[in-house]
Design a protein around this ligand. Structure first.
Ligand SMILES: Cc1ncc(COP(=O)(O)O)c(C=O)c1O
Length: 448
């Protein structure tokens, strides 16, 4: 037998609660070359909108684990439901042997999902949910092409990267799926139409969906996919008339509408689902992130005839519909309803937007503020006339906020959008404190 040299790191755990050893472990034995830097935060405990490092540092969480723990970290009712389910069954292969909580959750989703969406396929991640939506759209329509948007993000699998409109996420991963057409995102602050009039942007962008059908497709379009509020692309809130206009185009051509609510769902925008702001009904809706308050789960919810279009053997997911995650999701929906979290998100979001409006008057670095509920972005620019993205400044602001005890996100095509997406249960005082810290950081970076 040959012996294999061990490369394991044997650095002893220090008395900082394991902080340094954990960072060391990440550096040496986790694949992290795809993140720009390893953030020096080691989460030992988290509750509500507070996160504690193992070294004792306390943070106000304004990013919610990339917009996941909408009901707050470890909501007691979610944790209780999970504990109860742990004592019954952890895994049963949902699509082979059935578990009550899975049927209960699917029934519940049919009750809260918009319009005629009533049958669910459960997976484990947003990307898996989107893959399922594409599969369903193709199977139901018998067509194969997809129209998607620039600036979009739909996941990291080959299929979901194919419909993602951001070069930075796609480098070295191709070739991608054929049959994908891109229409411009309804991005009022930056668009190819030379206007910042939301109505004109909505009209032109909807026209471009029709152009995509006419000039980029072979007339075989199965579905149009969009995030009702775009997240990774920089918190892009479309003008009110955009989706109704697009829906007219889709209906004219018999094209399905897939709403990617992975990031915008579960109260994040001030309604349970962001698409509800726009008065249109999707044919398929994909949920993940906020669905189970931190437990991995995705749900692709479709009209019954669409959901039933797959034939035996064409689809499955071993872990999909995991009973623990489903129990968490069921309790999470109870919490959303009982604590009126979408309404809380709307109320708190309006307060943040008004404070950001005041900040914008004081700081030229802020080029644009956008948001619905607690899904909020500040687009930073080095000067307002040229709108040159202030990418480095966004990173510096994130660091300064972290050093002052506040965790925020950064996104956007150029990485120049500060993202505020805290748990919806964040206390008003904590939110105001986070905004004070943010303004201080903006002032310091701008003053450099
Ligand atoms: C809108 C949207 N769709 C899909 C995904 C992919 O989700 P996951 O990372 O769970 O696969 C994301 C993740 O950020 C997202 O924001």
């Amino acid at each position: 037998m040959t012996s294999t040299a061990r490369t394991a790191d044997t650095t002893p755990i220090t008395d900082d609660g394991g902080h340094a050893a954990t960072i060391n472990g990440y550096r040496r034995h986790l694949a992290t070359s795809f993140v720009a830097s390893i953030e020096p935060v080691v989460v030992g405990r988290a509750e509500g909108a507070t996160v504690w490092d193992t070294d004792g540092t306390e943070y106000i969480d304004c990013f919610a684990g990339i917009s996941v723990v909408n009901a707050g970290h470890r909501h007691p009712r979610v944790i209780a439901a999970v504990r109860e389910q742990l004592d019954k069954v952890v895994h049963a292969a949902t699509y082979i042997y059935h578990v009550p909580i899975v049927a209960d959750l699917a029934t519940r989703l049919a009750g809260i999902a918009p319009g005629k969406l009533e049958k669910t396929f459960f997976g484990n991640s947003g990307a898996e949910g989107i893959e399922t939506a594409i599969r369903l759209a193709k199977a139901f329509t018998g067509r194969h092409e997809i129209i998607t948007l620039t600036h979009s993000f739909h996941g990291r699998t080959a299929g979901t990267l194919s419909i993602t409109g951001n070069k930075a996420r796609k480098t070295r991963g191709g070739p991608y799926l054929p049959g994908i057409a891109f229409a411009p995102a309804p991005y009022v602050y930056r668009n190819p139409f030379g206007t910042d009039d939301p109505e004109i942007v909505a009209e032109r962008c909807a026209e471009m969906v029709e152009w995509a059908v006419a000039y980029q497709s072979s007339g075989d379009v199965a579905a149009f996919i969009a995030e009702p509020v775009m997240g990774e692309g920089g918190i892009l809130v479309p003008p009110a008339s955009y989706f109704p206009r697009v829906k007219e185009v889709l209906d004219r051509h018999g094209i399905l509408f897939i709403a990617d609510e992975v990031q915008s769902g579960f109260g994040r925008t001030g309604k349970l689902f962001a698409v509800e702001h726009f008065g249109v009904e999707p044919d398929i809706m994909v949920l993940a992130k906020g669905i189970a308050d931190g437990f991995p789960l995705s749900a692709t919810v479709a009209r019954a005839e669409i959901a039933d279009s797959l034939r035996p053997g064409e689809h499955l997911s071993t872990f999909g519909g995991n009973p623990i995650s489903c129990a968490a999701a069921f309790a999470n929906i109870d919490v959303m309803e009982d604590e009126r979290l979408p309404e809380e998100s709307a109320r708190k979001g309006a307060h943040v937007m008004s404070r950001l409006g005041e900040m914008m008057e004081r700081h030229d670095l802020i080029g644009d503020i956008r948001g619905l509920g607690l899904m909020i972005g500040l687009e930073l620019v080095t000067d307002r006339a040229s709108k040159t993205p202030a990418t480095k400044q966004a990173i510096d602001i994130r660091r300064l906020c972290r050093e002052a005890g506040v965790l925020i996100g950064v996104g956007g095509q150029a990485g120049n959008v500060v993202r505020l997406q805290p748990p919806l249960v964040i206390e008003d005082r904590a939110l105001d404190r986070a905004l004070d810290v943010l303004e201080d950081a903006i002032g310091r970076v701008a003053g450099k």
